[in-house]
Ligand binder design. Structure first.
Ligand SMILES: Cc1cc2nc3c(=O)[nH]c(=O)nc-3n(C[C@H](O)[C@H](O)[C@H](O)COP(=O)(O)O)c2cc1C
Ligand code: SF4
Length: 385
């Protein structure tokens, strides 16, 4: 893992600023498209394409929002980037602004990270002194400033349209899509919303070039990825690895033994059982979220499932029926399984049908993925049910 660029202060990323302004905005967008960078916030949407949509959208103003809500259970890699690599994030946001024609940046910061505010504001001041932020950046006749807005603690506010509602001072509930934020985002203006890690990749791509970025990862999942790894292992922490790494390799790296299950991508992600440990973590394999939680053989997976389902029932904003009622009913079934040790085939089939309805008809990603652990865990860990 020698080229740990996202986390390393020693790499050449500072050069990216000078270099970025030597390109036109269209050229920057093409570089990001060619790099194959996909969003690191969960859905893996191609970043260059997102920027292109926003750059082409009509709007008197445009916004770049960094999603630093980091509410997924087990995820803490953005916190490390915000404290250890904030210069990369600022550069990523300024370059995004230059590319799409925006002069305004907002960091939507997880409420629990309020303690970072003084540090982040100090960093903004330093960048302004160096002429990397604020008015007339590097004397290139381009202004870009960043402000911070704090979340108040709801997981759903990390969903991009609920985030917009929250920043606008309204109740944080997801909007209908379309229109997408790139068309009509913050205050109705075209807005690019990117995860912290996505934006931190930009200086590397600009300064080192597309070919260097693509040396790592797989064909459909280019570059490296940060994982917050926790649970039953000797060395939990934040790791930067190539996308496409095998689950077994990850387990060796963090000193995990006697492993029963690996939960990849947070509560709504996928759970791998032992016979899947030779599979790859990438967009074409086990989809990479921010978190990896390891469970050893002493853990009861029915209890793990119960924790996840409780979380979704609690965090559902209640706006749409499939998610509000679905998470409640799934939770009732999990309780029944835990209490009686069984669920009839008929009841199980009804629940699996409900899971399908939630996936296809919930309004936002929370409801669309809340049933994932229910679909995954009982079938793979029958001995615990
Ligand atoms: C319930 C829910 C919570 C989310 N929380 C976050 C979050 O904390 N951080 C994040 O970057 N994306 C989160 N997302 C994904 C965002 O909606 C959005 O896709 C992402 O910020 C886009 O950035 P990217 O293209 O760089 O990945 C969440 C999505 C859902 C459905
Ligand atoms: S899917 Fe759930 S969280 Fe999303 S809008 Fe519907 S009720 Fe709210």
């Amino acid at each position: 893992m020698e080229r740990s660029c996202l986390l390393s202060p020693g790499c050449k990323c500072d050069e990216s600023f000078e270099k970025a302004f030597s390109f036109t905005p269209e050229e920057i967008i093409n570089i990001v498209k060619e790099s194959g960078l996909r969003g690191r916030g969960g859905a893996g949407f191609p970043t260059g394409m997102k920027w292109e949509f926003a750059s082409k959208a009509a709007g008197e103003k445009k916004y770049v929002i960094c999603n630093a809500d980091e509410g997924e259970p087990g995820t803490f890699k953005d916190r490390v980037l915000l404290t250890d690599s904030i210069d990369k994030l600022i550069q990523g946001m300024v370059i995004a602004g230059y590319a799409i024609g925006s002069n305004y940046g907002i960091i939507y910061l997880r409420g629990e990270y309020k303690w970072m505010l003084d540090y982040l504001n100090k960093k903004f001041d330093e960048m302004k002194e160096q002429n990397y932020l604020g008015k007339d950046i590097l004397n290139k006749d381009f202004d870009f400033d960043i402000e911070i807005k704090l979340n108040a603690g709801a997981y759903v506010c990390g969903e991009e349209t609920a985030l917009l509602e929250s920043i606008e001072g309204k109740r944080g509930e997801p909007r209908n899509k379309p229109p997408f934020p790139v068309q009509k985002g913050y205050m109705g203006f075209p807005t690019v919303i990117n995860n912290v890690e996505t934006l931190c990749n930009i200086p590397y791509i600009i300064s080192h070039g597309v070919a260097e970025f693509k040396k790592y990862g797989t064909q459909q999942s280019c570059g490296t990825k940060l994982f917050s790894i926790s649970g039953d292992c000797a060395k939990p922490g934040v790791y930067e690895v190539d996308l496409g790494i095998k689950i077994n390799e990850l387990l060796d790296m963090v000193g995990a033994t006697n492993t029963k299950a690996v939960q990849i991508g947070g509560a709504s992600g996928a759970t791998a059982c032992e016979k899947e440990f030779d599979r790859e973590v990438c967009f074409e394999g086990f989809p990479p979220g921010g978190s990896i939680i390891i469970f050893n053989k002493s853990r009861n997976m029915a209890r793990v499932l119960k924790n996840f389902i409780d979380f979704f029932e609690e965090e559902s904003c209640g706006q749409c029926t499939p998610c509000r009622e679905g998470t409640y009913r799934l939770n009732q079934s999990v309780d029944k399984i835990i209490q009686t040790g069984k669920l009839s085939d008929e009841e199980m089939n009804t629940m699996l049908e409900l899971a399908e309805v939630m996936k296809t008809s919930s309004k936002c990603g929370l409801g669309q993925t809340a049933a994932n652990p229910f679909i995954d865990i009982p079938g793979k860990f029958r001995e615990d049910f």
